[in-house]
Design a protein around this ligand. Structure first.
Ligand SMILES: Cc1cc2nc3c(=O)[nH]c(=O)nc-3n(C[C@H](O)[C@H](O)[C@H](O)COP(=O)(O)O)c2cc1C
Length: 181
């Protein structure tokens, strides 16, 4: 089994695309093939000590799922399966996709929801990311240190910056995850 689990939710495929970009950089012993959370069990998720997880923000600052008009189930339906799980000893890095121009008041809110859910259950969340380089009014994905709680991506308006942001972020979390720098 790979050391790091890679899981995402996605409606129109962009968050899946980023998961594939991440996977392409590492071999199978290190990072597992990316899986949509609507295709896995809680056990599949809990099998990993190290996790990279991704989400878009949909609806009005919501996690993807049926109530934000996704075509299929997603994080909204998967998280309740982890309601009583403990993430003590687990390390998670989160990346989020949003649209700062279309949704400046709810930019990347769902990434904040994932952060809250997993930290409340004991996870150590790493990979905080600076807010410089983005223009928005409000985000629930900003932590106490004033940074985003994970990698902030905007493929709707800044797709050309995705690869570089990803590379910088992966090198930031490399030490904790035992990834090659
Ligand atoms: C109906 C709809 C609602 C959205 N709501 C938000 C939002 O509240 N905040 C935000 O940052 N982005 C929002 N977005 C932008 C998406 O997060 C962005 O397009 C993302 O890349 C989609 O990822 P996916 O292709 O993996 O589903 C919304 C997009 C759509 C279509």
């Amino acid at each position: 089994m790979a050391k790091i689990g890679l899981f995402f939710g996605s409606n129109t495929g962009k968050t899946r695309k980023v998961a594939k970009m991440i996977k392409k950089k590492y071999d199978d012993e290190l990072v597992a093939a990316p899986l949509n959370v609507n295709r896995i069990s809680a056990e599949d998720f809990m099998a990993y000590e190290y996790l990279i997880i991704g989400t878009p923000t949909l609806g009005e600052g919501e996690l993807p799922g049926l109530s934000s008009d996704c075509d299929a189930e997603s994080w909204e339906e998967f998280l309740p399966k982890l309601e009583d799980a403990s993430f003590d000893g687990k390390t998670i890095a989160i990346y989020g996709l949003g649209d700062q121009v279309g949704y400046p008041d709810e930019f990347l809110d769902a990434m904040g929801e994932l952060h809250e859910f997993f930290t409340e259950r004991g996870a150590k969340v790493i990979g905080a990311w600076p807010t410089e380089g983005y223009e928005f009014e409000h985000s629930e994905a900003i932590g106490e240190d004033g940074k985003f709680v994970g990698l902030a991506l905007d493929l709707d308006n800044q797709s050309g910056m995705t690869e570089e942001r990803l590379n910088v972020w992966l090198s930031m979390i490399a030490g904790e995850f035992g990834l090659p720098a």
